[in-house]
Ligand binder design. Structure first.
Ligand SMILES: [Zn+2]
Length: 56
């Protein structure tokens, strides 16, 4: 069992990934763009995205 995975992999998996609050689709985008509201969900067109940075 791997407790603390490779930091590089974790960053790649979670750092730039956001989750749509409406349809839970995963979207990879720049955090700066998301903050400015330039990124919207491809599936439902919503701007309600939350960062996915907490590995459970
Ligand atoms: Zn969506």
């Amino acid at each position: 069992m791997v407790k603390k995975a490779i930091p590089e992999a974790m960053q790649r998996l979670f750092f730039r990934v956001f989750v749509c609050r409406v349809c839970k689709a995963k979207i990879r985008a720049d955090p700066a763009k998301v903050k400015k509201g330039k990124v919207k969900c491809r599936r439902c067109g919503s701007h309600a995205l939350r960062p996915k940075r907490r590995p459970l």
